[in-house]
Design a protein around this ligand. Structure first.
Ligand SMILES: Nc1nc2c(ncn2[C@@H]2O[C@H](COP(=O)(O)OP(=O)(O)OP(=O)(O)O)[C@@H](O)[C@H]2O)c(=O)[nH]1
Ligand SMILES: [Mg+2]
Length: 96
């Protein structure tokens, strides 16, 4: 986690900058635990994510807007959502 934060800190341009992060991975990988640790919240009672959580976290001088997407097979289609959004935005940029 600290490794991730140090990479993010190197990427950021200014202290006011916001970063958007999408957490993707198999169920039980620890995505929600990571998000709660970042937010300094209790991590002892985490249940599998149904759908997704979106949280704004102030951590290590950074403002992070984090999407934590549930990894269970039944809701794995949600993983395609951000990819589809990035592709669509890319196509708009290329066509303008
Ligand atoms: N030992 C160990 N257990 C962890 C770690 N991170 C998470 N866990 C445990 O792994 C289990 C699953 O963690 P979650 O954070 O719910 O995993 P998730 O990726 O959000 O799972 P879904 O919401 O189902 O997609 C929990 O019982 C956590 O306590 C870790 O770094 N080490
Ligand atoms: Mg989860």
């Amino acid at each position: 986690m600290l490794g991730l934060l140090s990479v993010i800190q190197r990427l950021k341009g200014s202290p006011e900058q916001e970063l958007r992060i999408v957490l993707l991975g198999l169920d039980n990988a620890g995505k929600t635990t990571l998000l709660k640790r970042l937010a300094s919240e209790e991590v002892s009672t985490i249940t599998p994510t149904q759908g997704f959580n979106i949280k704004s976290v102030q951590s290590h001088g950074l403002k992070l807007n984090v999407w934590d997407i549930g990894g269970q097979r039944s809701i794995r289609w949600l993983e395609d959502l951000p990819r589809a959004l990035f592709n669509t935005v890319g196509k708009w940029r290329n066509s303008s």
